[in-house]
Design a protein around this ligand. Structure first.
Ligand code: NAD
Ligand code: ZN
Ligand code: ZN
Length: 379
C-alpha cells in the first residue's frame, strides 16, 4: 500500500477536556512500530466505559485523548515482527489483549494477559511509551490501546482479533467489547444451569447481553433490575421475564429479590458500575450455591462492603473482564455464533450516526435513550 511506512493524516474525534464535546480534528497517525498494526476503522460504537473515562469522574483524567474501543476495521499496514496479520485482514480491536506467551495466556483459566491487560491510565504505546497520534506536533493520548474514534489507529497486534471476512463489520463490532463481555459473564463465569433463576443488574447493552447468555443457558426466570423502568420494555426482547426497580421499594433490593425467589437467585450478574448494585447483586444470591459476577467498572475510590457471613454461608463472588474470553483465541467463534444465527446482534443496535455526529452517541447514552449507537466512519 502507498501509505505503508508513511504518516497518515485523517479525521479523529478528540476529547480535549473531560466531559466536553469531542472535536473532529485532522490528526497525524504514525506508522506502526514493532508488533503493532495500523488499521482503518470502518465502524465504532460507544460503550459506557468510554463515557466514564471521558467524564473522568472518579477516574484518572488523561487529555487530550482519542477514546473508543468497540469497533471493527481492516488492517492497513503492519510493523516489524507481525506475522499473523496482513493488510486487508478484517479485525476487531480489543481493550484487553492476548500475547499468547505469558502465564495468563498459557493458563486455561485466565484471560488477564500480563503484557496486554487493560490499563486505562496508560495513554501511550507499550513499546516506546509514545503516542502514535499527534496534532501539529502535540501528542494525543490513546485509550485502552484501541482509540477507535479515529479513521486510522495503531494497536498492538495482541489486541487484534482476526475474524471471518464475510462477517458484517457494522454488526460484529459490538463483539469487541460490550456484548462479548455480558454474554461471557453469564456463559463463561456465572454458568447458570438450565432451569435456574438469574438476576441481571443494569439493563444496558452489557446487561442485556448477560440476559441473552441466561436465555441461551435455559434459565427459567430472568429478573432484570434497573433504576429506569423505561429499560424494561426493551429488555423483554432479550428474554427478561420480571423486573425490579429498586426505587419502587422501601427495603433493600436484595430482600425484594429473596422474597420473589424463595431465598435468593441461583446466579446474578452485575452490569451497572454502581457499587451499591454490586453489593446487592452479591447479597441477592441464594446461600449454599449462589454465584454473583461483577462486570461493571467501579469508581476509583469505591470499596465493596458486605458481612463476611454472606461468604461463610456459601455464596460466591466473582468478577470478569471481557466475559473471560481470551480475545484472539475465543472471539472468532463468537463471531461465528452470530454468523450461524445462534446470537442476534441487531437487537442491540438502537441508533446509528455518521462520524461527524459522534457527540450525539454520547447524548443518547447519557439520556439513557440508546443501547448501542453505531458510528460509521465513512460518509
Ligand atoms: N468488566 C468488563 O470487561 C466490562 C466491559 C464492558 C463494559 N463494562 C462496564 O459494564 C457496565 C455496563 O455497561 P453498558 O454499556 O451496558 O452501560 P449502560 O449505561 O448502557 O447500562 C447500565 C445500566 O445500569 C443501570 N444502573 C445504574 N445504577 C444502577 C443501580 N444502582 N441499580 C440498578 N441499575 C443501575 C442504568 O440505569 C443503566 O440502564 C459499565 O460499568 C461498563 O463500564 C465492563
Ligand atoms: Zn466497553
Ligand atoms: Zn499474555
Amino acid at each position: 500500500m502507498a501509505s505503508t511506512g508513511q504518516v497518515i493524516r485523517c479525521k479523529a474525534a478528540v476529547a480535549w477536556e473531560a466531559g466536553k464535546p469531542l472535536v473532529i480534528e485532522e490528526v497525524e497517525v504514525a506508522p506502526p512500530q514493532a508488533m503493532e498494526v495500523r488499521l482503518k476503522i470502518l465502524v465504532t460504537s460507544l460503550c459506557h466505559s468510554d463515557v466514564c473515562f471521558w467524564e473522568a469522574k472518579g477516574q484518572t483524567p488523561l487529555f487530550p485523548r482519542i477514546f473508543g474501543h468497540e469497533a471493527a476495521g481492516i488492517v492497513e499496514s503492519v510493523g516489524e515482527g507481525v506475522t499473523d496479520l496482513e493488510p486487508g485482514d478484517h479485525v476487531l480491536p480489543v481493550f484487553t489483549g492476548e500475547c499468547k506467551e505469558c502465564r495468563h495466556c498459557k493458563s486455561e483459566e485466565s484471560n488477564m494477559c500480563d503484557l496486554l491487560r487493560v490499563n486505562a491510565d496508560r495513554g501511550v504505546m507499550l513499546s516506546d511509551g509514545n503516542s502514535r497520534f499527534s496534532i501539529r506536533g502535540q501528542p494525543i493520548y490513546h485509550f485502552v490501546g484501541t482509540s477507535t474514534f479515529s479513521e486510522y489507529t495503531v494497536v498492538h497486534v495482541g489486541c487484534l482479533v482476526k475474524i471471518n471476512p464475510a462477517a458484517p463489520l457494522d454488526k460484529v463490532c459490538l463483539l469487541s467489547c460490550g456484548i462479548s463481555t455480558g454474554l461471557g459473564a453469564t456463559l463463561n463465569v456465572a454458568k447458570p444451569k438450565a432451569g435456574s433463576t438469574v438476576a441481571i443488574f443494569g439493563l444496558g447493552a452489557v446487561g442485556l447481553a448477560a440476559a441473552e447468555g441466561a436465555r441461551i443457558s435455559g434459565a427459567s426466570r430472568i429478573i432484570g433490575v434497573d433504576l429506569y423502568s423505561s429499560r424494561f420494555n426493551e429488555a423483554k426482547k432479550f428474554g427478561v421475564t420480571e423486573f425490579v426497580n429498586p426505587n419502587d421499594y422501601d427495603k433493600p433490593v436484595h430482600e425484594v429479590i429473596a422474597e420473589m425467589t424463595d431465598g435468593g437467585v441461583d446466579r446474578s450478574v452485575e452490569c451497572t458500575g454502581s457499587i451499591s448494585a454490586m453489593i446487592s447483586a452479591f447479597e441477592c444470591v441464594h446461600d449454599g450455591w449462589g454465584v454473583a459476577v461483577l462486570v461493571g467498572v467501579p469508581s476509583k475510590d469505591d470499596s465493596f462492603k458486605t458481612h463476611p457471613v454472606n461468604f461463610l454461608s456459601e455464596r460466591t463472588l466473582k468478577g470478569t473482564f471481557f466475559g473471560n474470553y481470551k480475545p484472539r483465541t475465543d472471539l472468532p467463534s463468537v463471531v461465528e455464533k452470530y454468523m450461524n444465527k445462534e446470537l442476534e446482534l441487531e437487537k442491540f443496535i438502537s441508533h446509528e450516526v455518521p462520524f461527524s455526529e459522534i457527540n450525539k452517541a454520547f447524548e443518547y447514552m447519557l439520556a439513557r435513550a440508546s443501547l448501542r449507537c453505531i458510528i460509521r466512519m465513512g460518509e
